[in-house]
Design a protein around this ligand. Structure first.
Ligand code: UT7
Length: 323
C-alpha cells in the first residue's frame, strides 16, 4: 500500500476592503491602463486595522475545514506560509492552531515568500507520507500591504492581501489513479537575494522594512524557472503537459502566466487566473486561486492539477496533485 496526502478541502479569505486601480491612481502616479496592460491586475483587497495575517488565515482554514467536513481538533499539523507574520514570534501557525482548537499537534511557519505555499505543501506532504502526521492544514496567508512602500509606484500597485488553505489527509491506496499529491519539486537560488527583498529585519535594522523589487529581472527569471520546474514534475510523474486538467500558478503578472503556458504549450483556458481580482498575494495566491476554481466547479475529483510559484530568494517550485 502506498501512503498519499489527499486533498480533502479548500478555503480562502479576503479582506473586506476592495481597492481598484482607479482608486490607487488618486494616491500614486499611475493609471488603470498601465496596471492592466503591464500586469492584468484590476483590483486588490487591502487589510484594514484589525485584519491581520492570522485573522485571514483562520477564516481561510475554517472554510477549508468546513469543505472537508472535519473539525479543528482533528488537525495534527499546521504549516503556514507567510512573509508577513503577525509577530516576529511565535509562529502565526500557533495563533491559528489555538483558534481552531487543534492544540497539541505541530504548528509552524515557513518563509519562502511567494513560493511559500509550495514549500509548505512539500513539507506537509512529506510528513503525512512518513506517518509523522495524519491530517494537515496547509495555509498561505499574507498582509503585504503592511510592507509596501506606498510612494513607490513600481511595487505598490502589484500586491494585495488574503489567505488560502487546504486540508490534506494521509490515505493508503494501491490504485494507480488514486488521489493525492503525486510529486513536488522545490528550488532556491540565494544569488538573487537582492532582486526581490525587504530592506529591514529583526537582526539588521530592527525594523520591519519595505518591499524592494527589480521587476524586470524577476520577470525574466520567473518564466524560465517556472517552465523548468514544471517540466521536472511532469518528468517525475510521467504525465504530459496535455494530460493536465488545470494549472494553478502563482498570480504575479498575467504576462508571466501567458509566457509560462506558452513555453509548455498549454492552452490558456487550462490556466486558472485570479491576478485580475486579487493581484499578487504572495504565499496566499496559489491556494486562493485553487479555492476559487474548486468552488466555481472547474476543478473536479479525478483531475490532474499542477500548482506552481516563484518568488523572493529566489525560491520556486511546482506540485502535481490528483484531486
Ligand atoms: O511575486 C514575486 C514575483 N514577482 C514578479 O513576478 C514581478 C515580476 N515583474 C513584473 O511583473 C514586471 O516587471 C512589472 C509589472 C513589475 C513592471 O513591468 P515592466 O514592463 O517590466 O515595466 P518597467 O519596470 O520596465 O517600467 C516601464 C515604465 C517605466 O518608465 P520609463 O523608464 O520607461 O519611463 C516605469 O517608470 O513604466 C513606468 N512605471 C509605471 N508607470 C505607471 C513603473 N510602474 C508604473 C506604474 N504606473 N505603476
Amino acid at each position: 500500500m502506498v501512503q498519499r496526502a489527499v486533498l480533502i478541502g479548500t478555503g480562502s479569505a479576503l479582506p473586506a476592503r476592495r481597492v481598484t486601480n482607479a482608486e490607487l491612481a488618486e494616491r500614486v502616479d499611475t493609471t488603470d491602463e498601465w496596471i492592466v496592460e503591464r500586469t492584468g491586475i484590476r483590483q486588490r483587497y487591502i487589510a484594514a486595522e484589525g485584519e491581520t495575517t492570522s485573522t485571514l488565515a483562520i477564516a481561510a482554514a475554517r472554510a477549508a475545514l468546513a469543505a472537508a467536513g472535519v473539525e479543528g481538533p482533528s488537525i495534527d499539523l499546521i504549516v503556514l506560509a507567510t512573509a508577513t507574520p503577525d509577530q516576529t514570534f511565535p509562529a502565526t501557525a500557533t495563533i491559528v492552531q489555538d483558534a481552531l482548537g487543534a492544540n497539541g499537534g505541530m504548528a509552524f511557519d515557513v518563509a519562502a515568500v511567494c513560493s511559500g505555499f509550495l514549500y509548505a505543501l512539500g513539507v506537509a506532504d512529506s510528513m503525512l507520507r512518513s506517518g509523522m502526521a495524519r491530517r494537515a492544514l496547509v495555509i498561505g496567508a499574507e498582509t503585504f500591504s503592511r510592507i509596501l512602500d506606498w510612494e513607490d509606484r513600481t511595487t505598490c500597485v502589484l500586491f494585495g492581501d488574503g489567505a488560502g488553505a487546504i486540508v490534506l489527509e494521509a490515505r493508503e491506496s494501491d490504485a494507480a489513479d488514486a488521489p493525492g499529491v503525486l510529486a513536488t519539486r522545490l528550488h532556491a537560488d540565494g544569488a538573487h537575494n537582492q532582486l526581490l527583498y525587504v530592506d529591514g529585519g529583526v537582526s539588521t535594522t530592527g525594523t520591519v522594512g519595505k518591499l524592494r523589487m527589480k521587476g524586470k529581472e524577476v520577470f525574466k527569471h520567473a518564466v524560465t524557472n517556472l517552465s523548468e520546474v514544471l517540466r521536472e514534475v511532469l518528468a517525475d510523474t510521467g504525465v504530459s503537459a496535455e494530460q493536465l486538467d488545470w494549472v494553478v500558478p502563482h498570480q504575479a503578472n498575467q504576462r508571466i502566466l501567458d509566457g509560462t503556458a506558452k513555453k509548455l504549450g498549454l492552452p490558456p483556458e487550462k490556466v486558472v487566473v485570479t491576478v485580475d481580482r486579487h493581484a499578487n498575494t504572495s504565499a496566499a495566491s496559489v491556494p486562493l486561486a485553487l479555492d476559487t476554481a474548486v468552488r466555481d466547479g472547474r476543478i473536479q475529483p479525478g483531475q490532474l492539477v499542477m500548482l506552481e510559484a516563484m518568488g523572493g530568494g529566489f525560491t520556486w517550485g511546482a506540485s502535481l496533485i490528483r484531486i
